[in-house]
Design a protein around this ligand. Structure first.
Ligand SMILES: C[S@@+](CC[C@H](N)C(=O)[O-])C[C@H]1O[C@@H](n2cnc3c(N)ncnc32)[C@H](O)[C@@H]1O
Length: 263
């Protein structure tokens, strides 16, 4: 099930994001609620990927509104624009290649703004949040969802190996602790009426979690830099595969969603 693209650590392919999108659907839907969307609104999705959220957002703002998605990866933009066309919303849903650290729109341009699982991939999330605040109208809602990768847990007797792999995996992200930082980042931007919600996600499908958590590449890198030995990894796999055979795999991770209004 692991795709070639996912062996390149840190790269997300559109198919991967779509599968993950289904897993986090309740979080996505709640983030739309938090944006307080209305017919005719102009909204922004920052780090939009293949349009997983811009296309659902279209129905909330209607064709009198506008949904704009930006992403640094042009392949994502091509896929997102194609999907918007297929969904019949391309007249009011557009995607543009741009770096979120310098959003190419005027100040006070959007009624609301969201970002999901982008802050984990950047070194300076505060710069992106500050840009999101700048382009949002006073009183508009800003919503950010992200993961705290250090909360990933797997039911295994190999607790010590699990700990080492978890730390290594978290540190491989530019900002694997993004979820826990959001409240502070929102306070630092002086956002008002801040709401914090936690979304735990669990898996009982071992193949799916291996794919979504990029466990294969993480394990290979962990061996290469001496975090675990080959023998330890064999032991780890044997136990996880045995649990899977018995229908007993369980793993979980926590995501955080924070919303706040521009004063
Ligand atoms: C984990 S994906 C999430 C995509 C989408 N938000 C979703 O929920 O499916 C992170 C996305 O952020 C984009 N990205 C990373 N750094 C960026 C930056 N500096 N500016 C804009 N987009 C960026 C990546 O290209 C990728 O599409």
């Amino acid at each position: 099930m692991m795709s070639k693209a996912n062996e390149n650590w840190g790269y997300c392919d559109p198919k991967y994001l779509q599968i993950l999108g289904l897993k986090v659907k309740p979080l996505k839907e709640r983030s739309y609620d938090m944006m307080q969307l209305q017919d005719g609104h102009r909204v922004l999705d920052v780090g939009c990927g293949p349009g997983t959220d811009t296309i659902p957002l279209a129905q909330f703002v209607g064709h009198n509104g506008q949904v704009i998605g930006i992403d640094i990866d042009n392949q994502m933009i091509i896929t997102a624009n194609k999907k918007a066309k297929e969904a019949g919303v391309a007249d009011w849903v557009i995607h543009k290649q741009a770096d979120a650290t310098s959003i190419p729109y005027n100040s006070d341009f959007f009624n609301s703004c969201r970002s999901e699982r982008l802050f984990q991939h950047v070194n300076r999330p505060e710069q992106i949040l500050s840009e999101m605040v700048r382009v949002t109208v006073p009183g508009g809602w800003i919503v950010v969802a992200d993961t705290d990768h250090s909360t990933m847990t797997i039911d295994t007797p190999d607790i010590d190996i699990e700990r080492r792999l978890r730390s290594f995996r978290t540190d491989r992200f530019k900002n694997g602790y993004a979820g826990r930082q959001l409240y502070r980042l929102f306070r630092e931007q002086n956002l008002a009426d801040i709401i914090v919600e936690i979304f735990p996600i669990f898996f009982t499908d071992y193949a799916l979690v291996r794919y979504l958590a990029l466990m294969g590449p993480v394990e290979q890198e962990a061996i290469a830099v001496g975090i675990v030995t080959k023998e330890e990894l064999q032991h780890w796999h044997a136990n996880l595969e045995q649990a899977d055979k018995e229908g007993m795999h369980f793993s979980a991770i926590i995501m955080v969603v924070v919303a706040g209004r521009k004063s």
